[in-house]
Design a binder for this molecule. Structure first.
Ligand SMILES: [Zn+2]
Length: 188
C-alpha cells in the first residue's frame, strides 16, 4: 500500500518551470486551471492557507496570506514536449487572458507564449504568440495539474472518481490541521 502510494506519487510528480529574471521561456498554455490557493510564509516556509467558505484559517490572523495560481504548461525539452507546473499570480494570469482576447487567441486551442520575468521577484509577463494546438498529453491535463499540485504540497492524491471540488473538500481538513500546527510552532 505504502509502496504503491509512493509509485503513484512519483508518476504524478511534475517539474516546476522556473523563469529567471531576464530569461524568456517558450511554453504552451491550454485551458487548464489555474488552481488558486492561499499561502502564508511562517518562519522560512510556505504553509497553505486553511481558509474555506465555512472555516477560518488560524494563520490569517498572524500574517497576511498571498493568493497564487498553479497551472500546467508544455515546454519543448530536447525535441519533446514535457508538462511543467507553472506558478502564476492573479495579475499575470488575467493579463494573459486579456492579451489572448485582444489577439483573438483562445487558450483551449493551445497558445504558445513567451514567458519572462521583467524584474527579480516581480510577476511573470506572459505574452501570447500563436495557436499551436494541444497534443495528446493534454487529454488528461486537469487531472495531471491537480495530481502534480497535490504531490508538490504533500497532500492526499486525487482519486479518479472525485471532482476537483470534492478533492478540495477532502483535503481541506489536512490543510487546516497543518495550519494549526504552524500556528502553534511558527519557527519549526
Ligand atoms: Zn490563511
Amino acid at each position: 500500500m505504502v509502496v504503491s502510494q509512493a509509485i503513484e506519487r512519483s508518476k504524478l510528480q511534475l517539474p516546476i518551470l522556473k523563469v529567471r529574471p531576464g530569461a524568456v521561456v517558450e511554453a504552451v498554455f491550454g485551458e487548464v486551471g489555474p488552481i488558486w490557493f492561499g499561502v502564508h510564509w511562517i518562519g522560512n516556509r510556505q504553509v497553505l492557507c486553511g481558509a474555506t467558505q465555512t472555516q477560518d484559517c488560524p494563520l490569517c490572523g498572524l500574517t497576511a496570506g498571498r493568493v497564487i495560481g498553479m497551472t500546467l504548461v508544455g515546454c519543448r525539452l530536447q525535441g519533446a514536449s514535457r508538462a511543467f507546473l507553472l506558478e502564476v499570480s492573479p495579475l499575470a494570469f488575467s493579463s494573459l487572458e486579456s492579451r489572448c482576447r485582444f489577439s483573438g487567441l483562445n487558450l483551449c486551442d493551445g497558445v504558445l507564449c513567451e514567458v519572462s520575468r521583467p524584474r527579480a521577484r516581480g510577476c511573470l509577463r506572459i505574452e501570447p504568440r500563436e495557436a499551436v494546438g494541444l497534443g495528446e498529453q493534454w487529454l488528461d491535463a486537469e487531472r495531471r495539474l491537480v495530481g502534480g499540485w497535490a504531490v508538490l504540497y504533500g497532500l492526499p492524491l486525487p482519486t479518479l472518481e472525485e471532482t476537483f471540488t470534492q478533492f478540495q473538500e477532502r483535503v481541506a481538513s489536512v490543510i487546516q490541521a497543518r495550519a494549526r500546527v504552524a500556528e502553534a510552532r511558527p519557527s519549526t
